[in-house]
Write a protein that binds this ligand. Sequence first.
Ligand code: SF4
Length: 339
Amino acid sequence: MNKAMFYKPITGGNGSVRCYLCAHHCRIGPGKRGICAVRENRGGVLYSLVYGKVVAEHADPIEKKPLFHFMPGSRTYSIATAGCNFRCEHCQNYEISQFPRERPDLPIPGREKSPQAIVDSARAAGCNSISYTYTEPTIFLEFAADCAALARKSGIKNVFVSNGFMSPKSAAYIARLIDANNIDLKGGEGFYRDICHARLAPVLETIKIMKSAGVWVEITTLVIPGWNDSPEALRRIADFIASVDTAIPWHVSRFHPDYKLLSAGETPAETIRFAVKTGKEAGLKYVYSGNIAEPGGEDTVCPGCNNALVRRSGFTVLGMNISGRACPLCGLQIEGVWQ
Ligand code: SF4
C-alpha cells in the first residue's frame, strides 16, 4: 500500500479527499474507496491499494496490444494490477478489472513485486518494452510510473494500453515516461454513458495530450452491433482521429459477446470492412481490422504506393520490408517507431 498521487484534501470536508488521477474526480470520505475501488481514504490520506500487487504478467507480442507501428515483431512484458475506473458491460478481463468493486469483502488479489523485479523479469523474458495493460493502468499509475522510470534507465521502453479516461495532469505526467499508448476510442457520448459509465470528452483530451507530448499513439475501437456500429458513429470516430493526425493507426476490432453484454451478437465481417473503408475515406493512412480473418487486413501498407511493408497474420509478423523508416519502393517516410 503506497500513498497516492493526484489527490487533495477537501477543505471543510470532514476528512474527505478528492482524487484527480482520473476524470471521475471521486470525492472519497474517510474509510471509503473511489469508483475504481483500489484507492482508499485512510484518515484523510489517500492510498493506492494496488501498488506492487501484480495480478497478471506475461510476455506478449507487441502486436497484441495492439501496436502495429511500434517496434513490430518485438515482445513486450505485460503487467496489470486488479481494478478499473470503467465498468464496461462487455469487459473481457472483468475477473480482474471488476474484482475489487464486486468483492470488497475480499483482499485485493496480486503478488507483491517491486518495480526493479518487473524490469528484471522483462529483461529475462527478452522483452524490449513493458506494457501496462489488461486492466486500466491509470488506476495503478504510481506503480507503473516507478516501473517505467527504472525501465527507461535500462533501455526498455514503456507502453500504456488505456481507456484514456485520465485527468489532464496525470496524462501529462505519465506521458513523460511512456513511449507508446494504445487508447480505446469506444464510441460516442451515449456509449460511454450507458456501457462504460463514464464520459467521452476526457478520452479525446488524453489522445491530444499524448500526441502533443510525442508519445506514439494508436487507437482501438471494438465495434459492437447495435451500440457503436452505425455509419455516423464510425465516421465521427474516424473524423476525430483524422483531426488529430491522419497518421494515427486505427484498429477496428470484431466484438465477441462477453460479461454482461451477451445480447449483442458478434460483429459481422461486413461491418468491420465498412469501418475500415470509413477510416480510409476520412483520410486515415493506416486502418487495420482486428479479430477477423481478413486477408491483408493486418498488413501495414505504404500509403504512397500500396507496397506491403509489414505482413501479419493475427499477432504474428510474417515479414518486414521497410528500409529504416521508409518504403523501399517509393521512399515515403512511414510514421512509427521502427527497430
Ligand atoms: S482513480 Fe478515478 S475512479 Fe479511482 S478514485 Fe481516483 S478519480 Fe476515482
